[in-house]
Design a protein around this ligand. Structure first.
Ligand code: PLP
Length: 452
């Protein structure tokens, strides 16, 4: 059966990021069931899911309470929309809950089905906001190289990865990219992290001035970059970037699609870095990906303008059939309850400390250039030449090899060029982190033994 499914998968399904399955002949690796932090493929092999699927399954792969609330909500009211004056109970309760979790710093929520749609919505809201304020030229949005914000037309434009632009005629005009806060790769010789942060803020200011502050509307970033390679910014980075934005009346958007709901050991990474966003993007751990759901949170400054303008000048002409879907919202509420009841944010800090320590112990390994991370998100960057920080040629192969060996050793990780990413479920125990780290260390050794 496993072999037949693999053939049918390649024959009938176009995979996202097809290159491995369709062109390199790797896989497909077809998962059949889950239990806790583990998933099992159609051949019955067990893996620790060291990436929580796609950075998203906080409560593990077998949470019965989420199945139960979905079932009950489907029986009670399987669907109702939130267009115009219509609403449904779970979406109201979820919006209130999310605003409460921000300590009231945000004022209103708008629901979408995916992180990409949420960021597209924010792009439109930023434009709408400035139209409402009579500033039709203030529309440019600055994102970052290697940032990831999704793949729809606007969100892919915000994304700063060539693979998401190439052959798609993106990015759209009016979307710009500034430098990624990766000190190990982007820092100058002898430059401290603090000086690096200072330089990046100066570069942002120079870009705003070159474009004209009257044309720059917003700045977007992930507090900790995920898909770009788990880039943890220097401590001074966010306060300095934010100060530049405030100086030129540029809105700040924190894309917390990966970092939200405890990943870094805080409920939101904005708290960790002192970010006071005008918009927040949430998804993934919002429902532990048991249901597709994302949310845009906006603060009073933005919400009041959008509400007033749509009242005075016509509707806010935006919304999805499934915006505020009651089943997804019910699952999100129960998922957040579980995160709170079981202290999973604190667990991310405690188990995360073990993960960070174990990975940093590999820092002296000749293949390891940098270990970075915070809480339960981390990356180990492999290098061809440790002293000179030289990457492998071709880039990506060593990372992919270690990830393949880890998979053979019962551990799912993700290669991002030659960085190996870690993002296990928030329910992981400290003992399970030790097992995960042992399997990774063994995979790294096996690869080191093969390299000349
Ligand atoms: N923003 C960030 C930070 C992400 O990591 C992702 C997905 O990985 C997205 C947005 C896009 O979310 P989706 O894949 O649900 O469209």
């Amino acid at each position: 059966r496993a072999a037949t499914l693999a053939r049918q998968d390649v024959r009938y399904q176009l995979h996202a990021y097809t290159n491995a399955v369709q062109h390199q002949g790797i896989g497909p690796c077809i998962m059949d069931r889950g239990h806790g932090i583990h998933v099992y493929d159609t051949g019955g092999k067990e893996y620790i899911e060291g990436m929580s699927g796609l950075w998203s399954v906080a409560v593990g792969f077998s949470e019965p309470r989420l199945a139960q609330v979905a079932y009950e909500q489907m029986q009670r009211l399987p669907f109702y929309h939130t267009f115009s004056h219509k609403s449904n109970v779970p979406s109201i309760e979820l919006a209130e809950k999310l605003i409460g979790l921000t300590g009231g710093r945000m004022a209103q929520a708008f629901f979408t089905n995916s992180g990409s749609e949420a960021n597209d919505t924010i792009v439109k809201m930023v434009w709408y906001y400035n139209n409402a304020l009579g500033r039709p030229d203030k529309k440019k949005i600055i994102a970052r190289q290697r940032g990831y914000h999704g793949v729809t037309v606007a969100s892919a434009s915000l994304t700063g990865l060539a693979g998401n632009h190439r052959s798609f005629d993106l990015p759209l005009p009016r979307i710009l990219h500034t430098r990624c806060p990766h000190w190990y790769r982007e820092g100058l010789p002898g430059e401290t992290e603090a000086a690096f942060a200072e330089r990046l803020a100066a570069e942002l200011e120079a870009l705003i001035l070159a474009e004209g502050p009257e044309t720059v509307a917003a700045f977007i970033g992930e507090p900790v970059m995920g898909a770009g390679g788990v880039v943890v910014p220097p401590e001074a980075y966010w306060p300095k970037m934010q100060a530049v934005c405030r100086k030129y009346d540029v809105l700040v958007i924190a894309d917390e699609v990966i970092t939200g709901f405890g990943r870094t050991g805080r409920m939101f990474a904005s708290e960790l870095y002192g970010i006071e966003p005008d918009f927040m993007t949430l998804s993934k751990q919002l429902t532990s990906s048991y249901q597709p759901l994302a949310a845009v949170l906006m603060n009073e400054r933005v919400a009041s303008v959008i509400t007033r303008h749509s009242g005075e000048l016509g509707t806010f002409g935006h919304g999805y059939t499934a915006s505020g879907h009651p089943v997804a919202a019910a699952v999100a509420l129960e998922n957040i309850r579980i995160i709170e009841e079981r202290g999973l944010v604190d667990n991310a800090a405690a188990a995360g400390a073990v993960l960070q320590r174990r990975l940093r112990e590999l820092g002296d390994h000749p293949l390891v250039g940098e270990v970075r991370g915070v809480g339960l998100i981390a990356a180990v960057e492999l290098v061809a030449d440790k002293a000179g920080r030289a990457p492998f040629d071709p880039p990506g192969r060593a990372g992919a090899q270690v990830v393949r060996r880890a998979q053979d050793n019962g551990l799912i990780l993700r290669g991002i060029q030659d960085s190996v990413a870690f993002c296990p479920p928030l329910i992981i125990t400290e003992a399970q982190v030790e097992t995960l780290a042992d399997r990774f260390a063994r995979s790294l050794e096996e690869e080191a033994a093969r390299l000349p």
